[in-house]
Design a protein. Structure first.
Length: 638
């Protein structure tokens, strides 16, 4: 029996530290009881990781496509044949089309520092194109930088000193369970602001249900009431806020009755929020979902001023990213500037002929990217060689020319930080099953390409040690405890003025108003489509192994009655991007004018997913951030 420290590498806030063992050939896991945040218990999907690890569907040998893309026609080949084929195609592509026609597409399907970053060393060495990440939290990051100069907010350990936390646009009970329980353990009052009456909303002390895209108005009205009633921290604002008087004059013009009509909240509810938030000096956990919209960046800018008004230096939780991982990535190997391709524009760049070789790992874009019909058509109709490295035969793998089988984080050494808390956790190998790690495949490709550079063959442990050392952390301590805390504290605000900017100079430089602006939402169809993550999945992960999916369309009973639809009916959901058929479920948790489908299930298993209906439009002035929550549909009974 072997025992090891593990860490869940999934794209999740909590980044749980675990204890793993192999008993009679079967993986057994439990939460690490010593970890200050994850505290020895696992979320429902984390508890099922052994089922995922032992899945019979895991890829066991490399595959080479023999039929049409997407049909599943492959032959098994040796590792040597697969590696040599990919190396040869890489060389040919660079010789014929240039290095920038090669794109490495990776994301956070596995957040291990080595597994995420090390393969980028090879593509930096080759001067390949890289992604400009925009699908997740980009707009909110840009917005927070406009106000604070950083998106790194409060250490959740500091919640013990607070009275009130507001979950704004985040279903934390599903997606940040350990953070939610931490707030409960510290005795905080919990409020939720959301469009949908989520499980978090139901478990909160107060719920403020607003209409889509009206977050910016609500936040500005709250700021107005706090200022006009003299409830803000005058000393803090005077010393630390830039542009307060200008902002005060800006929100003074706002009519709270107008805000009430637009948001769907009563004037009394808006006042209750403002007065209670000021009295309790609330902090806000800003969710990622609502900022994935055309108005998301503006909304985050407006929300971000509220904690500062009541005297917090960094009174928001959004992102953490407290350690520098640049050594693992190895951009120093590059000899020419990086060509960045916006993540949401993958199909467009393929259509334009700018991508001829696509190397994909830690991601399943043929489930997770919006406007799937366009992306699939682009891959079928254009000359692009696709390589995928994954644990399973995902939809992306089905559209690939070569598929490398990956191993899991239970089979290799790595570390992971969190974008919620300040702890770095150790991940030790427990056993070996199938596949190779991203770093192993990178080294095989480098050898096949005949590259003689020591940085492309550095051992995983050495990379980890150097990353930790550069961040002032001890590998030995990490090995003893399974986790270490990053002691780096939030510094000054990295804004042009060196203060919290209510009047944002950085926003002006990007062609935006210095203050957050509200634009009423408009769509070509009557129903706003929301696509949050399901409790038992993380984007497209686990759909094939947990066997717990919810493909239903959730709809308000009034909207259904107008269309002659009853609970359980088969309906067609449609717009200009596509159409799907599913069962409808009626609930008053969904407001009128809104429908909900959970996101990114595997189309190869379900026949469709919500991204056949979502927009690939981006918000250019907010870093080409995604806007797929600004998708509109209609529904009819089949």
């Amino acid at each position: 029996m072997s025992r090891a420290f593990s860490v869940c590498m999934r794209d999740c806030y909590d980044t749980c530290s675990m204890i793993s063992e192999l008993r009679n050939g079967r993986l057994v896991i439990r939460g690490n009881p010593e970890h200050p945040v994850t505290r020895g218990f696992l979320c429902p999907k984390g508890a099922l990781l052994p089922r995922w690890f032992h899945s019979e569907d895991r890829l066991k040998a490399p595959l080479v496509r023999t039929g049409e893309r997407g049909t599943g026609s492959f032959r098994e080949v040796s590792w040597e044949e697969a590696i040599n084929l990919v190396a040869r195609k890489l060389k040919e592509t660079i010789e014929e089309h240039g290095s920038e026609s090669v794109l490495v597409y990776q994301y956070a399907g596995d957040r291990g520092v080595v597994n995420y970053y090390f393969p980028l060393r090879l593509f930096h060495y080759l001067n390949a194109a890289m992604l400009d990440y925009g699908i997740c939290d980009r707009a909110g990051q840009e917005a927070l930088k406009d106000v604070y100069g950083t998106a790194v907010g409060m250490d959740p350990d500091e919640l013990k000193n607070q009275k009130l936390i507001v979950y704004w646009g985040i279903n934390a009970f599903w997606t940040n369970l350990h953070g939610f329980m931490l707030a409960k353990r510290y005795g905080l009052e919990i409020w939720t602001v959301d469009v949908v009456r989520t499980e978090t909303a139901k478990k909160s002390d107060r719920f403020f249900q607003i209409k889509p895209d009206t977050d910016v108005l609500f936040a500005l009205a709250v700021a107005k009431l706090i200022i006009e009633n003299g409830l803000y921290d005058r000393d803090f604002v005077r010393e630390n806020v830039y542009g307060f008087e200008e902002f005060k004059n800006y929100v003074k013009k706002l009519d709270v009755n107008y805000v009430s009509r637009e948001t769907g909240l009563s004037v009394e509810e808006i006042e209750d929020f403002a007065f209670g938030f000021a009295e309790k000096k609330g902090v806000i956990h800003i969710g990622y979902g609502f900022q994935r919209s055309l108005s998301g960046g503006e909304a985050v800018r407006a929300i971000a001023v509220l904690p500062a008004l009541v005297g917090h230096r960094f009174g928001f939780i959004y992102d953490m990213k407290t350690i520098d991982k640049s050594y693992a990535e190895g951009a120093f190997l590059r000899t020419k500037p990086i060509k960045r391709i916006p993540q949401m524009k993958l199909a467009e760049y393929i259509e334009r002929g700018e991508i001829k070789f696509l190397y994909i790992y830690n991601s399943n874009p043929l489930a997770s990217l919006p406007n799937q019909n366009r992306l699939r058509k682009a891959l079928i109709e254009n000359d692009v060689f696709v390589v995928t490295h994954d644990i399973f035969l995902t939809d992306t793998a089905l559209y690939s020319d070569v598929v490398f089988p990956a191993n899991t984080f239970f089979e290799r050494l790595d570390i992971a930080d969190s974008y919620y808390h300040r702890y770095v956790a150790l991940n030790e190998p427990v056993t070996k099953a199938y596949g190779k790690s991203n770093s192993e495949v990178t080294k095989l490709l480098a050898r096949a390409l005949g590259i003689d550079n020591p940085y492309l063959y550095e051992e995983d442990e050495e990379v980890i040690r150097k990353v930790l050392e550069l961040n002032g952390l001890s590998f030995e301590e990490l090995r003893r405890k399974g986790f270490v805390k990053v002691l780096k504290e939030s510094g000054r605000w990295e804004t042009p003025s060196g203060k919290i900017e209510f009047y944002s100079k950085r926003a002006i430089e990007r062609g935006l108003s210095p203050f957050p602006e509200y634009k009423p939402p408009q769509g070509n169809y009557p129903l706003r489509l929301l696509s949050p993550t399901h409790r038992m999945t993380i984007t497209s992960q686990y759909h094939n192994t947990h066997g717990i999916i919810d493909p239903n369309l959730y709809m308000n009973p009034v909207d259904a009655e107008m269309r002659g639809i009853k609970d359980g009916d088969l309906v067609e959901v449609f717009n200009d991007y596509g159409r799907i058929k599913t069962t409808v479920r009626l609930t008053e948790d969904i407001p009128r004018g809104v429908v909900l489908l959970y996101k990114a299930f595997w189309p190869s298993l379900l026949g469709w997913n919500v991204n056949f209906l979502t927009s690939d439009e981006t918000v250019e002035k907010y870093g080409n951030g995604s806007a797929y929550h600004s998708s509109w549909v209609d529904v009819r009974k089949v």
